[in-house]
Ligand binder design. Structure first.
Ligand code: FES
Length: 151
């Protein structure tokens, strides 16, 4: 499974995590190539359905990255996001899907290096868990007898 490259969706608040990711990129700090950022005005905008839909569409991990506690520009958006991610983690546990596939981090715009570190750490954890089992590739069709080559 060494060639497995986890597909990670990162819902990032534009005020902190998105800016931190930008800072990390500008400083050429590495984090998983396959991490796809969805920029939001605030993590309070992330809904449970967005996270579940990400898994359904093939994401191996979902990261929600918001402002530091007490510093949300919309006051309690990151607290609402924390509740929702806890809900999703519980749900994943209940259906036998690893709850570690969903995580929330809180950082500031100046924490580019920390963003890269946390995103890399999350990517490694997802790599350990392996591919999303909800979207296993369809088995290759067996060749039809009528299409088989005749001698
Ligand atoms: Fe950043 Fe709310 S504005 S999490």
């Amino acid at each position: 499974m060494s060639d497995f490259e986890p597909r990670i969706i990162a819902f990032c608040c534009q005020h902190c995590a998105y800016a931190a990711a930008d800072l990390a990129g500008g400083a050429r700090l590495s984090y998983p190539d396959s991490l796809r950022i969805v920029q939001l005005p605030c993590t309070g905008r992330v809904d449970v359905l967005h996270m579940l839909k990400s898994f359904e569409e093939g994401a191996d991990g979902v990261l929600v990255a918001g402002c530091l506690p007490g510093l949300c520009h919309y006051l309690k958006g990151n607290m609402h996001a924390r509740k929702r991610i806890d809900y999703v983690r519980n749900l994943l546990d209940q259906i036998g899907f690893e709850s570690d596939r969903a995580r929330m981090i809180n950082i500031s715009a100046a924490m580019g290096a920390r963003f890269a570190e946390l995103a890399t750490e999350f990517g490694e954890r997802i790599r350990e868990l392996g591919p999303n089992r909800l979207v296993t590739p369809a088995p290759a069709p067996e060749p039809s007898k009528s299409l088989e080559a005749t001698p």
